[in-house]
Design a protein. Structure first.
Lengths: 1074, 362
C-alpha cells in the first residue's frame, strides 16, 4: 500500500496560538507525527511554537523553530530533502504556505510530494468561485457568493443580492475580515478591511437564522468514505461556528435530514478528491430540508479536533495514515483495537462545546458575536443528558459560572435587545429571559435558537425553582436531588437554590449537600467513551462522569499506584498550550516510572486530553466537587497540582483540607506564596524587597498611600466593572478616571495599589527545587521594560544584558525563597531590577508559562525533573549551566487584535497576547528576526511611521531611526517625534494625527495607501486626546494588516535586527543542531 | 410518570419511568446503537417481538412525523402501518420536541399505538449486560402492579407469518418490469426504492408460491425472527432457483436481511444466531475481493454461516468488525443478497446502488 519512496516527511505546524488557530493543531500535528513514526518514516517539523507538545523531544526527528513561510520552508526543504510534505495538520497557516510553495513551483523543484489531499483540491475549496463551480458540477447547493476584486464590484453584488449580505475575505482563517452588512455604508467599511487581508472579497446573501450543521468526513484513496461525526450549533447561522456552542451529535435532525446531509458530504468529498479528512459546513433551513453548503475545509480543523475528542476517533492520526497510502480497511479502531477504523462512531452521550472569550481584557472591543471569531479557547463537556453537558460546560469555561443557574444576576436593561444581539454573555441572557417569564417561543423568535435547546434550558431552571421552593435542604427528597444531579447541578448550586449557601460558609454548605446526597446513595458513575456505544469492549480508558447511570465501566485496583495530574482547563489569555506541555511531560514521567498516569482535563484542543497520553483520562471538570469524586474513586498515591497553571493551584488548599496527598510543595506553602499578605510578611522576614503595596478600600486611603510612594502606581481592582482589570496611573487625573471607569471600591472590594517602578528590567526565574534547595534554574530577561505584562513581553534566554551582580542577587534571593517555602517541584519568581537592586513582583509555586521555552532552549526538561522530585524518585542533578549556551532563544508574543474589532491594540500590565513562539539563533538578531516574523511581523519595504511617545522612549528610538534611514527607508513621524528626529538630524516626513483635520499628509491616508508598511506607536499616557489619536492609528494599522509595535525597546531591537542581518544570513539549524 | 422495572431473564433489574402506553410487556431485549431514526425503527417489522433499547440517550427530540399515507398506499414517513417493536427503552426521553414536520410527541404516539416506552434506564450498562450475556428475554413491569404476565418466547416463533401481508398487492402497476417482492415483514423503503426505479412491485405474502406469477425478477424482503421458521418461503425460493438454473435467460433475484438468510437457506447453507446481533447505522462491510467498503444500516440477530455455502455460491460482503457474513451471491447467475439494509430508513444510504444493480439485471 505504502509508497516506499517516502522515507522522510516534512510537516508544517501552525505557529503561535491565535484566535481561530489554536491548540487543536498541536494535537493534530502530534497525532500525524505519531502515525508517521509508527511507519518508520523520518519526520521533520517546522513550527516556531516552542510551547507545544509536538515540538518536544522524540515527537519529530528534527524540529525547526522557524516561521512557517515559503522562504523558510524552502530553506528547510533544501537542507533536509524530504520526499513528502504534509500540509493539512497546521491549520490555515500551513495550508496557505503549502499552496504558495506549490504555486511558486518550489515543491516541484525539490521533488517533494504532497501527501494526502492534492493541492489542487485545496485550492478548489479555498477559492470561493472555484468552489461554487466545483459543487455546481454535482448539483450541490452553495451560498452563491460574488467574488469581487474591487469595492465597486462588491457594492454592485450586494445591491443585486439585496441586503443583508455577508462579506468575507478569501483565503483567511476563521472568518478574518468578514461580517454582516445591513446597508451600503456598512459594506464600504467592511469591504475595505477585507481587501487588506485578501485580494478577493466575497459578497453573499445572508442566511441568518438557519441551523448550522457540520460533518467531519474521511476518505481514502480507494474512495471509501465515512463521516466520523456530525455537530449542530446551538446558535443559528450568523454566529461563527468558533463562537457558537456546538453539540455533538446533532439533536434536532431527523433520520432523513441527517442522512441527506451525510450523503451530500460524501458526494462532495469524493468530487473534490480529498484524501484524508475534511469538514463540511451546512446552513440548514429550520422549516424544510433545504440546505446550503457554507464551506469545506480541506484540512484538519478546530472542528475535527473536537470531533476526535467527542467520538474517540483519532482523525488526524488516521488522516496521516491515509496520506501515506493506506486504506481505511487497513487500519484498526484505536479504542477497541479489534474492530475496523472504517466505521462511524456511535455515541451514547452528548457533547457540548462552549467557547471561552476574554473580551473583558480589551479596551473598546466590540462584544457582539458575529461571523468572525473572537473566542480564545473552548471546552468540551460530556454528559448523558443535555442539561448535564451544558451545565458542566458553563462551569468549565472558567468565568465564574456555577452552571446555567445559580449565578450572580446579570444586569441587563433591555432583554429583548440583548437576545437579538448576542454577545459573549448570550447564555446568561437566555437564563435571565427565562427567569423573568419569557416563553420558549418568545426567546426562539428573538434568538432563532432551536426550541429544543430552550426547552432543555427551561428544564434546568424549573428544577432550580423547585429546589428554591423547598426552602431548606432537608426538604429536598431523593427524587428531586437525583433529578438535579442528572441535570448537572453541583452541590454548590443546590445549596444556593435551597438558601443554605446564603446562611453559612459556602464551602461548608456545599459539603453538607454532598454528605446528604451521598447518604441518599446519589453518586456519579464513570463511563467510557468507546466509539461503539458498548457494542464492543474498549481497550482504552477515555472516561467521564455522569449521574445518568447505575454502574461504572471500569473497576478500580485500589493499589494506590495512581498519580493524578490536574490539567489546565480552557485556553485563555494567560494560560494555554504551555501548561498542556507541562501536563504531558508530567504524565510521560509518571508513566515511565511505573505509576498509573491519570489526567483530568476538559479542553478538546489539547494533547493532554488525548486518551493515548495517559493510563486514564477523565474528560471532566476541574471543580473541587468533581476532582474529589475522582480522587475518591482512584484513591491515588498522589495528586500533582503544579503543572496545570492557576486552576489546579487554586484547588490545593481545599484538597489538602480533605487530606488529599498533594505531591511536591505543600498546600500551605502554596497559600503562603499566593496570599499577598502572607507573602509580604515572609519577604520582610527574609529581607527580600518588594514594590510597596497596599489593599485599600477608600479613595482617601488610596491618596494617602500614593502620597507616600509617589506616582506612577499600578492599580488592581478586585471587582471590575468594565474594561481592563489593571492599569498603571501616572497622575491623579488618570487615577481618578480609571477608578471611575473600571472599579467599584468598597470594603468588600478593595483595590490593590502598588508602586510602579519605571524603566526597570523585568527578569524571570524558572526553577525546580527539592526540599527547599534549588536543583535547576533558568533566568530570562524581558526586552521590554517592566510595565508590559510578562505574558506579552519578548523574552530572551539566556539573558543577554543583565549584570553579573544582578544574576548573583537573583540566585541569592531565589535560594532564600525556595528554602523559606520549602519548595519541592517547579516554581517561578518574577523580579524587577533597578540597576542591581532587586524587587520581587510575585512568586508562583507551580510551573510557569515559560517552562517549555526555557526547558527547550536549555535542553533540560524541567518538568520531568520536577515530576521525579515530586514522586520522590532518584534524579540526576543537571550539570548544565545557562551561561554555557552559545546560542540565544527569543520568545515573542502573538496578538490577535485583528480579530477583536475595535479593541485598542496597546500593551499594558494586563495580558493581551493569545500565543507565543520561541526561536533559537546563533545571535540575538537571528533569533529575534525569526521570532518576530513568526508572530506575523514583516520586514518593511518602504516606509515606517514613528510616533514614539514620551521623551525617554523617543531617545530610545533614535539609533533605530538612524538605522532605518541608513537602510533607505522613508521615515514618517507625527508632531513631537518628527521635531525630535529633526533636532537630531534625522530626515523624516511630518504626518498629521487624525485630530489635525485638514493638515496634510494625514497618517491614516498613508496607511490606507500602504506607503507605510510598519508602524511604531508608543502610547504616551491615558489622556483622552492621546488615546483617540493613537487609537485610530493603531487600529488602522491592525485593520489594514500593517505590522504594529507599541514598545520602543522592542521596536529598536527589531529594527536593529533587520538592519544588521538579512534573512539569508540566518543559518537554518534544527533544534538538535544548536 | 409511573415507576417501572425492566427485568431480564437472568434476574438483572433496571429501574425507570414509563412514558409510553402503560401496560406490562415481555419480549426479546435487543440494543440498537443508532443515534436517530426512532420513527423508522419502531415501524420496522423486523423488530416484532423485540423490546428495542436505544444506546443513544436522548430520544424524542424531534417528535414524530404525521402518519400520512401516499396515493400508492404507502406511509410517507413510516416503514409500515404501525409500530412493531414491543417496547422502546431509553435513557433520557425528551418530553418537549421541536421539528417543523412533527405532528405529535413520541409519548403520544406510543400511547395511541398502545406500545410501552420507558426512560431513565442506564442503557449503556444494559447494553453491556446484553453484550456479555447475549440477547435475553425480558419484561417491563409496573412497580405498583404484581408481575402477572407470562414470559415471552422468541426463538422458534414464526414472527414472519405475523407481520407479512395477507394478500397480493400491486404497486406501480404497468410502469415497467415486474418484480415479485416476498414480504417477510418488508420495510416501506424497499418498496419505495423499487418504485423509484420504475418497476412494478408485486408484493406477496411470505408463504405465497409466486412461481405461478408472471414476473421479471424476484426480491426477498427483510423480516423479523428466526429464519428457520420460514419453511414455506425457503421452499418457494428453492423452487425458483432450481427452475431458473435450467433456463437460458435466468431471472435475477436480490435479497435483503431476512432475504439474505432465506436465499442462503434455499441455496443449502445454514443459519446461526448471533450473540447479540447487529442493530445500528454504523456497521462496516467490505465487498469480498475488493477494497470497497460501506457503512451500512443493520438490524438482524441471525447470520448466514459462510462456511456452509455450496460451491456455486460465495460471500459477497463481509462484516469488517466480526467477520460475519454480510451478503452472498451466486458465482455465475444474477442472484445476490445483502444482510444489511441498502434501503436504509433509518441509516446511511451508501449502498442504495444495489437496487440499481438489481434493476439493471431485469
Amino acid at each position: 500500500m505504502l509508497d516506499s519512496n517516502i522515507k522522510k516527511v516534512l510537516l508544517l505546524g501552525s505557529g503561535a496560538l491565535k484566535i481561530g488557530e489554536a491548540g487543536e493543531f498541536d494535537y493534530s500535528g502530534s497525532q500525524a507525527l505519531k502515525a508517521l513514526k509508527e511507519e518508520g518514516i523520518e519526520t521533520v517539523l517546522i513550527n516556531p511554537n516552542i510551547a507545544t507538545v509536538q515540538t518536544s523531544e522524540g515527537v519529530a526527528d528534527k524540529i525547526y523553530f522557524l516561521p512557517v513561510t515559503p522562504f523558510f520552508v524552502e530553506k528547510v526543504i533544501q537542507k533536509e530533502k524530504p520526499q513528502g510534505i504534509l500540509l493539512a495538520f497546521g491549520g490555515q497557516t500551513a495550508l496557505n504556505c503549502g499552496v504558495a510553495l506549490y504555486q511558486q513551483k518550489i515543491l516541484e523543484k525539490y521533488h517533494v510530494k504532497v501527501l494526502g489531499t492534492p493541492v489542487q483540491a485545496i485550492i478548489d475549496t479555498e477559492d470561493r468561485e472555484l468552489f461554487v463551480k466545483k459543487l455546481d458540477e454535482i448539483d450541490v447547493k452553495t451560498i452563491k457568493s460574488h467574488a469581487c476584486e474591487t469595492i465597486e464590484e462588491a457594492r454592485k453584488a450586494a445591491a443585486d443580492l439585496g441586503y443583508p449580505v455577508i462579506i468575507r475575505a478569501a483565503y483567511a482563517l476563521g472568518g478574518l475580515g468578514s461580517g454582516f452588512c445591513d446597508n451600503e455604508e456598512e459594506l464600504n467599511k467592511l469591504a475595505e478591511k477585507a481587501f487588506s487581508f485578501s485580494p478577493q472579497v466575497l459578497v453573499e446573501k445572508s442566511l441568518k437564522g438557519w441551523k448550522e450543521i457540520e460533518y467531519e468526513v474521511v476518505r481514502d484513496r480507494f474512495d471509501n468514505c465515512i463521516t466520523v461525526c456530525n455537530m449542530e450549533n446551538f446558535d443559528p447561522l450568523g454566529i461563527h461556528t468558533g463562537e457558537s456552542i456546538v453539540i455533538a451529535p446533532s439533536q434536532t435532525l431527523t433520520n432523513s435530514e441527517y442522512h441527506k446531509l451525510r450523503a451530500l458530504a460524501i458526494k462532495i468529498i469524493r468530487h473534490i478528491g480529498i484524501v484524508g479528512e475534511c469538514n463540511v459546513q451546512y446552513a440548514f433551513d429550520p422549516e424544510s430540508e433545504d440546505y446550503r453548503v457554507i464551506e469545506v475545509n480541506a484540512r484538519l480543523s478546530r472542528s475535527s479536533a473536537l470531533a476526535s475528542k467527542a467520538t474517540g476517533y483519532p482523525l488526524a492520526f488516521v488522516a496521516a495514515k491515509l496520506g501515506l497510502g493506506y486504506g481505511l480497511f487497513d487500519l484498526k479502531n484505536s479504542v477497541t483495537k479489534t474492530t475496523s477504523a472504517f466505521f462511524e462512531p456511535a455515541l451514547d452521550y452528548v457533547v457540548c462545546k462552549i467557547p471561552r472569550w476574554d473580551l473583558g481584557k480589551f479596551r473598546g472591543v466590540d462584544r457582539e458575536l458575529g461571523s468572525s471569531m473572537k473566542s480564545v479557547g473552548e471546552v468540551m463537556a460530556i454528559g448523558r443528558t443535555f442539561e448535564e453537558a451544558i451545565q458542566k460546560g458553563l462551569r468549565m469555561i472558567g468565568q465564574g459560572l456555577h452552571g446555567f443557574v445559580g449565578n450572580h444576576e446579570l444586569a441587563i436593561d433591555d432583554v429583548d435587545a440583548a437576545l437579538k444581539a448576542p454577545t459573549d454573555k448570550r447564555v446568561l441572557v437566555v437564563e435571565k429571559a427565562l427567569h423573568s417569564g419569557y416563553t420558549v417561543d418568545q426567546i426562539h423568535d428573538l434568538t432563532k435558537i432551536d426550541k429544543w435547546f430552550l426547552y432543555k434550558l427551561q428544564n434546568i431552571l424549573n428544577t432550580y425553582v423547585e429546589l428554591q421552593k423547598k426552602g431548606a435542604i432537608q426538604n429536598v427528597d431523593t427524587e428531586l436531588m437525583r433529578r438535579a444531579k442528572v441535570q448537572g447541578f453541583t452541590d454548590f448550586q443546590i445549596s444556593r437554590a435551597v438558601g443554605l449557601e446564603a446562611m453559612i460558609d459556602p464551602e461548608i454548605a456545599t459539603k453538607l449537600v454532598r454528605e446528604l446526597r451521598k447518604q441518599m446513595g446519589i453518586l456519579p458513575v464513570v463511563k467510557q467513551i468507546d466509539t461503539l456505544a458498548a457494542e464492543y469492549p474498549a481497550q482504552t480508558n477515555y472516561l467521564y462522569l455522569t449521574y445518568s447511570g447505575v454502574a461504572h465501566d471500569i473497576t478500580y485496583e485500589n493499589d494506590r499506584n495512581s498519580i493524578i495530574v490536574l490539567g489546565s482547563g480552557a485556553y485563555r489569555i494567560g494560560s494555554s498550550v504551555e501548561f498542556d506541555w507541562c501536563g504531558v511531560q508530567a504524565l510521560n514521567t509518571i508513566r515511565k516510572n511505573g505509576f498509573r498516569s491519570v489526567m483530568i482535563n476538559y479542553n478538546p484542543e489539547t494533547v493532554s486530553t488525548d486518551y493515548d497520553m495517559c493510563d486514564r483520562l477523565y474528560f471532566d471538570e476541574l471543580t473541587f466537587e468533581r476532582v474529589m469524586d475522582i480522587i475518591e474513586l482512584e484513591n491515588p498515591h498522589g495528586v500533582i497540582v503544579s503543572t496545570g497553571g492557576q486552576i489546579p493551584n487554586n484547588l490545593a488548599m481545599r484538597l489538602d483540607s480533605e487530606r488529599v496527598p498533594i505531591l511536591g510543595t505543600s498546600a500551605k506553602s502554596i497559600d503562603n506564596a499566593e496570599d499577598r499578605d502572607k507573602f509580604s510578611a515572609m519577604c520582610d522576614r527574609i529581607g527580600v524587597d518588594q514594590p510597596a503595596w497596599a489593599a485599600l478600600t477608600s479613595m482617601d486611603d488610596i491618596n494617602q498611600f500614593i502620597e507616600k510612594v509617589g506616582f506612577p502606581v499600578l492599580v488592581r481592582p478586585s471587582y471590575v466593572l468594565s474594561g481592563a482589570a489593571m492599569n498603571v496611573c501616572s497622575n491623579q487625573d488618570e487615577l481618578e478616571r480609571f477608578l471611575q471607569l473600571a472599579a467599584n471600591i468598597s470594603k468588600k472590594h478593595p483595590v490593590v495599589v502598588s508602586k510602579f517602578h519605571e524603566h526597570n528590567k523585568e527578569i524571570e526565574m524558572d526553577a525546580v527545587a527539592k526540599d527547599g534547595e534549588i536543583i535547576a534554574y533558568a533566568i530570562s530577561e524581558h526586552i521590554e521594560f517592566a510595565g508590559v505584562h510578562s505574558g506579552d513581553a519578548t523574552i530572551q534566554f539566556p539573558p543577554q544584558k543583565i549584570y553579573v551582580e544582578t544574576v548573583r542577587q537573583i540566585k541569592k534571593v531565589s535560594k532564600k525563597i525556595a528554602k523559606e517555602l520549602n519548595i519541592s517541584g517547579p516554581f517561578n519568581i518574577q523580579f524587577l531590577a533597578e540597576q542591581n537592586h532587586l524587587r520581587v513582583i510575585e512568586c508562583n509555586l507551580r510551573a510557569s508559562r515559560s517552562f517549555p521555552f526555557v526547558s527547550k532552549v536549555l535542553k533540560l526538561n524541567l518538568i520531568e525533573l520536577a515530576t521525579k522530585i515530586m514522586l520522590g524518585l532518584p534524579f540526576e542533578r543537571p550539570e548544565k549551566n545557562l551561561f554555557d549556551l552559545d546560542y540565544v532563544g527569543i520568545k515573542a508574543s502573538q496578538f490577535s487584535f485583528n480579530r477583536l474589532q475595535k479593541a485598542d491594540p496597546v500593551l499594558g500590565v494586563d495580558m493581551a497576547s493569545t500565543g507565543e513562539v520561541g526561536c533559537i539563533g546563533d545571535d540575538t538578531a537571528s533569533a529575534l528576526l525569526c521570532a518576530m516574523l513568526s508572530v506575523g511581523h514583516r520586514i518593511p519595504k518602504k516606509g515606517v511611521l514613528l510616533s514614539t511617545g514620551p521623551g525617554k522612549q523617543k531617545a530610545d528610538m533614535l539609533r533605530a531611526a538612524q538605522q532605518l534611514i541608513e537602510h533607505g527607508y522613508q521615515l514618517y513621524a507625527t508632531g513631537g517625534t518628527s521635531r525630535y528626529l529633526e533636532e537630531n538630524g534625522i530626515k523624516n516626513t511630518l504626518v498629521h494625527w487624525p485630530s489635525e483635520e485638514g493638515a496634510q499628509p494625514q497618517a491614516l491616508d498613508l496607511l490606507h495607501s500602504h506607503d507605510i508598511d510598519m508602524v511604531v506607536n508608543v502610547p504616551k499616557n491615558l489622556s483622552v486626546g492621546e488615546l483617540t489619536n493613537g487609537y485610530k492609528i493603531r487600529r488602522a494599522a491592525i485593520d489594514l494588516n500593517i505590522p504594529l509595535i507599541t514598545n520602543s525597546r522592542l521596536a529598536s531591537a527589531f529594527i536593529d535586527a533587520f538592519c544588521t542581518k538579512s534573512l539569508d544570513d540566518i543559518e537554518i539549524k534544527a533544534w538538535s543542531e544548536f | 410518570m409511573r415507576n417501572v422495572t425492566l427485568l431480564l431473564e437472568d434476574g438483572t433489574a433496571f429501574h425507570g419511568q414509563s412514558f409510553g402506553y402503560e401496560k406490562p410487556v415481555a419480549g426479546e431485549v435487543v440494543f440498537n446503537t443508532a443515534m436517530m431514526g426512532y420513527p423508522e425503527s419502531l415501524t420496522d417489522p423486523s423488530y416484532a417481538g423485540q423490546m428495542m433499547v436505544l444506546t443513544y440517550p436522548l430520544v424524542g427530540n424531534y417528535g414524530v412525523p404525521p402518519f400520512s399515507i401516499e396515493q400508492n398506499g404507502i406511509a410517507t414517513f413510516m416503514e409500515s402501518e404501525k409500530i412493531h417493536a414491543e417496547a422502546i427503552i431509553v435513557s433520557d426521553y425528551s418530553t418537549a420536541y421541536s421539528h417543523w414536520n412533527a405532528k405529535e410527541s413520541l409519548a403520544d404516539w406510543l400511547k395511541r399505538e398502545q406500545v410501552p416506552g420507558i426512560t431513565g434506564i442506564d442503557t449503556r450498562h444494559l447494553t453491556k449486560v446484553l453484550r456479555e450475556h447475549g440477547v435475553m428475554m425480558g419484561k417491563i413491569l409496573f412497580d405498583d402492579e404484581p408481575d402477572n404476565i407470562p414470559s415471552a418466547q422468541y426463538e422458534g416463533v414464526n414472527y414472519i407469518a405475523k407481520v407479512s401481508c395477507k394478500e397480493v398487492t400491486r404497486y406501480g402497476e404497468g410502469q415497467g418490469k415486474k418484480v415479485v417482492l416476498v414480504d417477510c415483514g418488508v420495510k416501506n423503503n424497499i418498496i419505495r426504492c423499487l418504485l423509484k426505479r420504475g418497476v412494478e412491485v408485486i408484493r406477496v405474502p411470505w408463504n405465497y408460491d409466486f412461481n405461478e406469477l408472471e414476473f421479471d425478477g424476484l426480491f426477498l424482503a427483510n423480516g423479523p425472527g428466526d429464519p428457520d421458521t420460514a419453511i414455506d418461503a425457503v421452499k418457494n425460493i428453492k423452487k425458483f432457483l432450481d427452475a431458473e438454473k435450467e433456463k437460458g435467460k435466468v431471472r435475477p433475484c436480490m435479497g435483503i436481511c431476512m432475504g439474505n438468510q432465506l436465499l442462503a437457506k434455499a441455496a443449502g447453507a445454514t443459519i446461526y444466531k448471533l450473540k447479540y446481533g447487529h442493530r445500528s447505522h454504523n456497521q462496516p462491510v467490505q465487498q469480498v475481493g475488493t477494497k470497497r467498503c460501506f457503512i451500512t444500516s443493520q438490524n438482524h440477530g441471525y447470520a448466514v454461516d459462510s462456511k456452509t455455502l455450496p460451491s456455486d455460491w460465495e460471500p459477497l460482503f463481509v462484516n469488517m468488525n466480526d467477520g460475519s457474513n454480510e451478503g452472498i451471491r451466486h458465482t455465475k447467475l444474477p442472484w445476490f443478497s445483502a444482510q444489511f439494509h441498502p434501503e436504509a430508513a433509518s441509516g446511511p444510504v451508501d449502498t442504495e446502488f444495489l437496487f440499481d444493480d438489481f434493476v439493471k439485471l431485469l
